[in-house]
Write a protein that binds this ligand. Structure first.
Ligand code: ATP
Ligand code: MG
Length: 359
């Protein structure tokens, strides 16, 4: 969609300008108005869907698309590591650009003229593939920027410049655990959903895990990246963080279940049986952090192995209630050892169990 602006005060900012310079397609566009964005959207006659009055943002419906317009703003961090507080809206564009995370994300492009406004040398940093923060307190204000940096590094091959790298190392040696973990979780999810073994290696080696815990996580014994691709896991972040202490993050029920499944497999004397009842992510966790040989054997050869005898057949043979489930479990365990056993083989296992029970 092509936006029109006659004021010269509306700018594309952030990721979409960076992506355009990189020649990449953007996932979303960010717009910033040097002044009051709600007044601007109203004056343009756009249909407003939603506004956030305190920071003067407006969501408008233009040609069927929802577009966010932000006002330029200044922010401070009264509590390090928590959400910033806006102290002024409608400020000069440059103040809005320098409140951002890295110089590469602090470039604006005029919607009207296409002119680039780049007060901190972001375009040059894109060329040199460098991530540079705007000031020395940047990671103290917002430590999630460290993980954002890792994410951009994995996506675009950018590296922290020397000074920024030193600031990161200093922060990680002195983490303030009183921070907003919901924001950190969002960045970790985005970062590790990129599915990169290198990402986890750097997270561990460069001490980024210290944002969550002082305990160094165990490195995986097999490639998570490859298993995630092979088994089509869409959101693999939790697998990457499976050996990291996540007690500071609020996990959703489904996420907790994956970790519990992993622990149950790890602690079981009959792991394949638990694998067959668990989410595949729990099985991959066990594979990469505990037992790659058995895990890969299960994933590649045993995952589809199910008894062919049915509960109905067992009923006809005189089994009742809970006994049916128990016998099917035992047949499955035997089948894990001999995956190509026939239906008749399974029935003879059932018969021998029933005979034993009679004795
Ligand atoms: P992506 O391509 O992943 O959307 P992005 O750079 O657009 O990358 P967003 O999370 O969409 O990232 O944020 C939009 C912009 O807001 C960023 O480009 C950056 O300028 C600013 N921003 C986002 N998070 C932070 C942060 N934690 N601290 C400072 N500025 C931030
Ligand atoms: Mg974006």
């Amino acid at each position: 969609m092509k936006l029109n602006d006659n004021t010269g005060k509306l700018y594309y900012v952030g990721g979409c300008v960076r992506d355009e310079i990189l020649g990449k397609q953007s996932v979303d566009i960010d717009l910033c108005y040097e002044g009051d964005a709600i007044d601007y959207v109203t004056a343009q006659g756009y249909k407003i869907i939603k506004t956030q009055k305190n920071i003067r943002t407006a969501r408008a419906l233009i040609e069927g698309e929802e577009i966010d317009f932000a006002s330029t703003r200044k922010e401070i961090y009264p509590e390090a590591g928590h959400l910033p507080v806006t102290t002024e809206t409608g400020c000069p564009l440059e103040d809005d650009l320098t409140r951002r995370d890295f110089t590469v994300n602090s470039i604006a492009k005029s919607v009207k003229t296409g002119d680039i406004i780049d007060p901190t040398g972001g375009a040059e940093d894109i060329k040199r593939q460098l991530l540079r923060v705007h000031h020395d307190k940047s990671f103290i204000d917002d430590p999630t920027r460290i993980i954002r940096g890792l994410k951009f590094s994995l996506r675009f091959g950018f590296e922290f410049d020397e000074h920024t790298e030193n600031l990161k190392a200093d922060y990680l040696n002195n983490v303030n655990y009183d921070m907003s973990y919901s924001r950190l979780k969002k960045e970790l999810v985005d970062c590790f959903n990129l599915n990169s073994d290198e990402g986890l290696n750097r997270f561990i080696e460069e001490g980024m895990y210290k944002l969550l815990t002082q305990n160094k996580p165990q490195k995986p014994l097999a490639s998570i990246e490859e298993l995630v691709k092979e088994f089509g896991i869409q959101t693999p972040w939790l697998i990457y963080l499976g050996s990291t202490n996540l007690s500071r993050l609020a996990l959703a029920k489904t996420e907790t279940k994956i970790i519990e499944g992993f622990n149950a497999i790890k602690e079981s004397g009959a792991p394949y049986k638990i694998c067959s009842k668990s989410d595949i992510q729990s099985v991959i966790l066990w594979t990469v952090f505990v037992n790659p040989d058995k895990g890969l054997h299960y994933l590649k050869n045993l995952r589809e192995v199910k008894p062919s005898v049915t509960g109905e057949e067992l009923l006809i043979m005189g089994c009742k209630g809970k006994q049916i489930g128990n016998i099917l479990d035992k047949v499955q365990e035997e089948k894990f050892k001999t995956p190509d056993m026939s239906h008749a083989d399974e029935l003879s296992i059932v018969k021998s169990i029933l005979n034993k029970n009679k004795l």
